[in-house]
Design a protein around this ligand. Structure first.
Ligand SMILES: Cc1cc2nc3c(=O)[nH]c(=O)nc-3n(C[C@H](O)[C@H](O)[C@H](O)COP(=O)(O)O)c2cc1C
Length: 251
């Protein structure tokens, strides 16, 4: 049996296995299936995504602000990380926006990127309770309505409730607010949340790394989200210093 191979031992989530080891093991198995008993590998990976201790559990909410693609890109990146179990909830207005923003994704394709998908009206969902442990919640994009709901403790949808719970349990909460311009209410709500430790990561593009496409801009924002979730990634170029940047700008 393949348990003799170090990769498989890592994939089993033996105590002390790091996320990097786990990622290496599963990637190795994908690249060299002949080295592993693939059925066992797949079974073990499936087992890992069903609540093993070595997992990172991330809740992703997509709301009705413009920029559904930011949420989709994060889901793609999390889906590609074998150590992450993704819990997804989309608001009704997120679904409306999806239909008009030409992301190229259908709702079912988005759902397929998550391990668990919730209806936003389901107040009995696991993520509505603090006893359900996770490693962080990201609302991307976050509408001003949802930001206001969180700032006022209004848990009348699963997204507002899950965010409220994330705050009360003092777990990481990341918001990608999308509106322009912001009015005083938006700014005050975000300041209030930032003072409570909420990470406000707006989808404001950077141009110092010479983005060529819209995908480059989205990836840069997604990299920041993954960094704040402490998930290894090289989705976008990182700052290498001014000399390097000038050299690249001359190319
Ligand atoms: C096409 C479209 C684009 C929208 N863009 C934004 C936006 O960028 N930011 C925002 O705060 N609200 C935006 N809205 C309004 C929200 O969808 C609306 O406030 C909704 O109630 C948000 O609910 P939710 O946060 O539960 O998704 C947009 C609505 C539509 C139809």
């Amino acid at each position: 049996m393949c348990v003799r191979r170090p990769g498989c031992v890592a994939a089993r989530g033996v105590t002390g296995t790091t996320y990097t080891q786990l990622r290496c093991a599963t990637q190795l198995a994908d690249q060299h299936p002949q080295l592993f008993n693939c059925n066992v590998m797949v079974a073990e990976r499936t087992m890992m995504t069903k609540g093993d201790f070595a997992l990172k559990r991330i809740v992703v909410a997509i709301t009705g602000a413009s920029g559904t693609i930011y949420g989709i890109r994060l889901l793609e990146a999390l889906h590609a990380a074998p150590e992450v179990e993704v819990h997804l909830v989309m608001s009704p207005w997120a679904k409306e926006n999806l239909a008009i923003e030409a992301s190229g994704y259908s709702e079912s394709q988005i759902n397929a990127l998550a391990d668990v998908v919730y209806d936003s009206r389901n107040m009995g969902a696991t993520i509505a309770s603090g006893s359900f442990r996770h490693d962080g919640m990201v609302i991307v994009p976050a509408s001003m309505k949802t930001v206001a709901a969180i700032a006022t403790g209004m848990g009348d949808s699963l997204i507002g409730r899950a965010a409220d719970v994330t705050l009360k349990e003092r777990r990481p909460l990341l918001l990608v607010p999308r509106e322009s311009p912001f009015n005083q209410i938006h700014l005050e709500n975000m300041l209030k949340l930032a003072k409570m430790g909420v990470e406000i990561i707006p989808p404001i593009p950077a141009f110092y790394n010479q983005p060529q496409t819209i995908a480059d801009l989205i990836d840069h924002n997604t990299m920041k989200l993954l960094d704040h979730l402490h998930i290894d990634n090289e989705l976008s170029a990182r700052w290498q210093g001014l000399a390097q940047a000038k050299q690249e700008a001359r190319r």
